[in-house]
Design a protein around this ligand. Structure first.
Ligand code: AHG
Ligand code: MN
Ligand code: MN
Length: 333
């Protein structure tokens, strides 16, 4: 069999790229293995949710006052347990955890801190629409021997060493931003392996779609409304189609592959909008920038936003380079 004709598995791919770093210890590959395993377990439950007892709400609210679905809780537990077991993670931050989990370095120093939205798009679970998991990985900044802490997690997204998401849709796809680019891996359910299916993703500078919750337009500032109205009915450009799922992962994945723009802007009474910096906007910003696109708050690159708290919110506009530049021009002109 010609091995070159078979696309690489995720771990074959990551192992090969790590060979370019002679100082690599294998810790990063172990971390990616953990992330892959956790998302495979979540994918299995999401796909079978209608058959078991995992649909519906837990009856509790999370730190942000939002209702917690059973699958939110399952996904959070799966991520926490799987990442803890890797032994290479010193601190964990999650949408579903009020405070971080701080982990000791057992045998060897644990060099990474990980933040995640375990299940993004939870309002779509019970209606069988795509949901996902979003994560960002920072290199630890606290002393390597001890327990990790908040300082390992509160870093601007420009410091991310890896970011990614799994989208649980018509197929399950894991998209990773690595040092050498953005790559997509589709889960082969029979093998239980992620297989390289979208090597070196580049977002087209300009796309045919625009994506925002226009139900909120009455709450937007005049500048934002003016900019998004121009994407809706362009004065000088060809018309575009509107797509909005309401799961950031699904809306971002379509935008990354097909081009266009996605916006969850701030509102007059909620200037920072809805999405969270460290486990939603930040990882998406790294993915889009590394794929040749752009990510902005409307005022500054998302990558440069300094976090103050674990659950900070930020306006988010992501898309192709020309589309985001056009948005910024329309907002500021
Ligand atoms: P989560 O399910 O993790 O709380 O995230 C929901 C987010 C995000 O996925 C999506 O972009 C946005 O909420 C949709 O919000 P609206 O319903 O206000 O459009
Ligand atoms: Mn989310
Ligand atoms: Mn969530």
């Amino acid at each position: 069999m010609d091995l070159n004709a078979r696309p690489a598995t995720l771990i074959e791919f990551v192992t090969k790229t790590q060979r370019n770093f002679p100082q690599a210890t294998g810790a990063f590959t172990t971390l990616v293995e953990g992330l892959a395993l956790a998302t495979k377990i979540i994918s299995r439950e999401v796909n079978a949710a209608g058959l078991g007892s995992l649909l519906g709400l837990t009856g509790r609210r999370n730190i942000q006052g939002e209702t917690v679905a059973r699958l939110d809780e399952f996904a959070n537990d799966t991520m926490v347990k799987t990442l803890t077991r890797t032994g290479v993670v010193c601190a964990i931050g999650s949408e579903e955890l009020a405070v971080p989990i701080r982990l000791p370095s057992d045998h060897e120093p644990a060099p990474y801190a990980v933040l995640f939205d375990p299940l993004d798009g939870s309002s779509n679970i019970d209606v069988a629409v795509s949901v996902g998991t979003i994560f960002g990985v920072y290199r630890r900044v606290s002393p390597p021997e001890g327990i990790g802490g908040l300082e390992d997690l509160l870093q601007p997204p420009r410091k991310l060493v890896c970011a990614g998401y799994a989208v649980y849709g018509s197929s399950t796809i894991l998209v990773l931003a690595l040092a050498n680019g953005v790559h997509g891996f589709t889960l082969d359910p029979a093998l239980g392996e992620y297989i390289l299916s979208h090597p070196d993703i580049k977002i087209p500078p300009k796309g045919k779609y625009y994506s925002a919750n226009f139900g909120n337009r009455g709450k937007w500032t005049q500048e934002v409304e003016r900019a998004l109205a121009d994407f809706e009915q362009p004065a000088t450009e060809p018309a575009r189609s509107l797509r909005y799922v309401g799961s950031l992962v699904a809306d971002a994945h379509r935008t990354l592959l097909k081009g266009g723009i996605f916006a969850y802007p701030g509102e007059r009474d909620k200037p920072k909008g809805k999405l969270r910096l460290l486990y939603e906007a930040g990882p998406m910003a790294m993915l889009f920038e590394r794929a040749g696109g752009a990510a902005t708050t409307g005022e500054a690159p998302i990558l440069d936003v300094e976090p103050v708290g674990l659950h900070d919110r930020t306006p988010l506009v992501i898309g192709g380079a020309d589309d985001v530049a056009r948005y910024l021009k329309l907002v500021h002109d």
